[in-house]
Ligand binder design. Structure first.
Ligand code: S3P
Length: 446
């Protein structure tokens, strides 16, 4: 699908987001091995959700829509997950298809390594090209038998689990997926497992495990988990801050904009996008900050701002990793230079996001230099019309749409359907906040 994005003269509106993808996936997976039923309301939407639900159902877990329950708000979507306990999963009859979802594959690899049966994990061509040795190697060290393509580094992965032993493991990259994979495997291992993180990454797994009564100790960046059964926990998922980033950048970069985004999860290990935007001089404020379940939540108001360049490097990178493509869009129209470093991980996401972002922005007249671990962006006063491509990556499709929204002229985003992986309603929101008059936001979808 190709979308042609115009240049609306004003952006206004209140936006409710789909539920946070990382929290939803963890809430589904951990409740699937809890000792009883639980509800997850306002879950994420899109293809990645279907991927994890399909895989858990393939392991014999019943997950059904629940129309009348008190966990979520009236009218909100909700699922009931019937937890089967740590040892109640069934050997899958077929390959478990993780689709495009790296979180599904890596967290499941940890879970399946604890099961005394054979599972095969696969995914789409993007996921099959992404590195899995980062989970395979420590899981094999714990005693799992895993084979995969490329010297056991790429999916499909065949996993025969069971009889795990605890390990002490230093993560080579600050990855929440790898950390979570090993914490889940640690629930099944004899003895305790300690995971040392080089920097803090999103901590949703830790929050949920604690809420479910797991024996999890934290000492700075070291996490130690011991085998524990899990109590089911109802979760009302807050709005996804990664999805909010597109509207925050659109509002801050547009000359006549104010948007309000309601009920966004602002967990400090995820809120790096707010910190980076503020360092660029963005007019972004939090209102109605509250705690919902085990996660901090707020409404965010963003408006037209005079942005300046910044540096994004070091420990903040894992906390803003998924937002870097759209932050590069903001940098492309900020005054001065923005340097993004220490972000080589972007090269092994759903696409090579350094290459995809640089190509897309360059096509729209931005001045961007590709670096092995990031990029250098020189702000220009305006982006121009041009043709961009999603490279099959949901966040690139949406980042390019935002670039189109703030550019002068019409922007083509090809492969725009990729947005459906995490945010199927993205294009409707884009239209709804555009007070178009003579220049509508979405000109054509083919
Ligand atoms: C995620 C962790 C991040 C992020 C991904 C979701 C998670 O990946 O990029 O979109 O839910 O744990 P890494 O852990 O590989 O950095």
């Amino acid at each position: 699908m190709q979308q042609v994005i115009g240049s609306p003269s004003r952006l206004r509106g209140a936006i409710s987001l789909p539920g946070d993808k990382s929290i939803s996936q963890r809430a589904f997976l951990l409740n699937a091995i809890a000792e009883g039923p639980a509800h997850v309301s306002n879950p994420c939407v899109g293809d990645d959700r279907e991927s994890i639900l399909r895989c858990l159902q393939g392991l014999g877990v019943s997950i059904v829509p629940c129309s009348r329950c008190a966990v979520g708000r009236t009218g909100e979507e909700c699922f009931e997950i019937r937890g089967r306990g740590l040892n109640g999963l069934e050997e899958p009859a077929d390959v478990l298809d993780s689709g495009n979802s790296g979180t599904t594959m890596r967290l499941l690899a940890g879970l399946l390594s604890g099961q005394p049966f054979l599972s095969v994990l696969s995914g789409d061509s993007s996921l099959r090209s992404r590195p899995m040795d980062r989970v395979v190697q420590p899981l094999v060290e714990m005693g799992a038998r895993i084979m995969g393509r490329g010297g056991d580094s790429r999916a499909p992965l065949a996993i025969r689990g069971g009889d795990l032993r605890g390990i002490s493991y230093t993560l080579p990259v600050a990855s929440a997926q790898v950390k979570s994979c090993l914490l889940i495997a640690g629930l099944y291992a004899a003895g305790s497992s300690t995971i040392l993180q080089p920097a803090a990454s999103r901590d949703h797994t830790e929050r949920l495990l604690r809420a479910m009564g797991a024996d999890l100790q934290e000492d700075g960046l070291a996490l130690t988990i011991s085998p524990s059964s899990l109590a089911p926990v109802d979760v009302r998922v807050p709005g996804d801050i990664s999805s909010s980033a597109f509207w925050l950048v659109a509002a801050c970069c547009h000359p006549d904009a104010e948007v309000r985004i309601e009920g966004v999860g602002v967990n400090p290990t995820r809120a790096g996008v707010l910190e980076v935007l503020r360092s660029m001089g963005a007019e972004v404020r939090l209102e109605n900050v509250r705690e919902e379940g085990d996660e901090p939540v707020a409404d965010i108001v963003a408006q037209s701002s005079e942005l300046v360049g910044t540096e994004v490097a070091g420990d903040i990178v894992p906390q803003v990793i998924d937002e870097l493509p759209v932050l590069a869009v903001a940098a492309s129209v900020a005054r001065g230079t923005t340097v993004i470093r220490d972000a080589a991980e972007l090269r092994v996401k759903e696409s090579d996001r350094i290459r995809s972002t640089v190509n897309g922005l360059t096509a729209l007249g931005a001045i961007v230099e590709e670096r092995p671990d990031g990029m250098v962006v020189q702000g220009v006063s305006n982006l121009t019309s041009g043709r961009t491509a999603s490279d099959g990556d949901h966040r690139i499709a949406m980042a390019m749409a935002v670039a189109g929204l703030i550019s002068r002229g019409d922007t083509v985003v090809s492969g725009a359907e990729a947005a459906g992986v995490s945010y199927p309603g993205f294009w409707d929101v884009l239209e709804s906040i555009s007070e178009s008059g003579d220049r509508p936001a979405v000109l054509e979808a083919t």
